[in-house]
Design a protein around this ligand. Structure first.
Ligand SMILES: C[S@@+](CC[C@H](N)C(=O)[O-])C[C@H]1O[C@@H](n2cnc3c(N)ncnc32)[C@H](O)[C@@H]1O
Length: 206
């Protein structure tokens, strides 16, 4: 569920109103259509507000929001070997899809950190509809305490991975499992590499 879906639904409703005018829908139908349009418009405004707010707040080095395809999400969770009771983090979690899926494994504590407010809002709405207990926090991942992490997921650009690597080496337990999508870490120990179509995922240890 994202901004574009809401926009499409609103455009569809406008067509429905036009149809209603041509075919003479009754007043209750119009009230329902306008009610839904009003709710969607409010949601759109909240999105736009959050988007502008995050642009103003954000003065950090740029990493775009590009979600991992769901097929790869499942492979990353399998590769990490997430198990009952694990503390799972996604550093720069986007719409939270990795922590959402990992949260269905019993007794896991799954935390996604994302600084873009509009993306965090998408993640929270997504989590709600997917009945996930994952927590999505808005903030800077470099400031998150990850000392209890059993599993860390990442999908970032090289400059951000270098900075995150330092944090992992300084802060994480020796047993932490790191699974990355895309770029490589320089100093962590590569344990496994898998190719899913054009995408490479890698499992590292400290
Ligand atoms: C390529 S996306 C990956 C999203 C998600 N992990 C996935 O695999 O679907 C990278 C995300 O990291 C976020 N990000 C980058 N640097 C960050 C930081 N310092 N703190 C929090 N989020 C950050 C970006 O806003 C972006 O949404």
């Amino acid at each position: 569920m994202n901004l574009v879906v809401f926009l499409y639904v609103n455009i569809l409703l406008i067509f429905l109103v036009l149809l209603g005018l041509v075919f003479g829908f009754n007043i209750t139908t119009f009230v329902v259509i306008f009610g839904v349009m009003a709710i969607i418009t409010v949601i759109l405004f909240i999105y736009i507000f959050y988007f502008i707010y995050s642009l103003i707040k954000e003065n950090k080095s740029f990493v775009p929001y590009v979600p991992t395809p769901m097929k790869v999400v499942y492979e990353m969770i399998k590769m990490a070997g997430v198990k009952e009771g694990d503390n799972v983090y996604d550093m720069g979690c986007g719409d939270g899809r990795l922590v959402t899926e990992a949260s269905y494994i019993p007794n896991t504590k799954c935390i996604g950190v994302e600084w873009k407010a509009d993306v965090v809002l998408t993640a929270k709405i997504r989590n709600f509809f997917k009945k996930s207990k994952a927590i999505v926090k808005q903030g800077d991942m470099y400031k998150e305490n990850i000392s209890d992490a059993d599993v860390l997921f990442t999908y970032l650009l090289p400059h951000a991975m270098d900075k995150l690597e330092d944090k992992i080496l300084n802060e994480c337990k020796d047993s932490v499992v790191i699974v990355s999508h895309g770029f490589t870490f320089k100093n962590l120990k590569l344990q496994e590499e898998r190719q899913i179509g054009k995408i490479t995922i890698r499992r590292y240890s400290k």
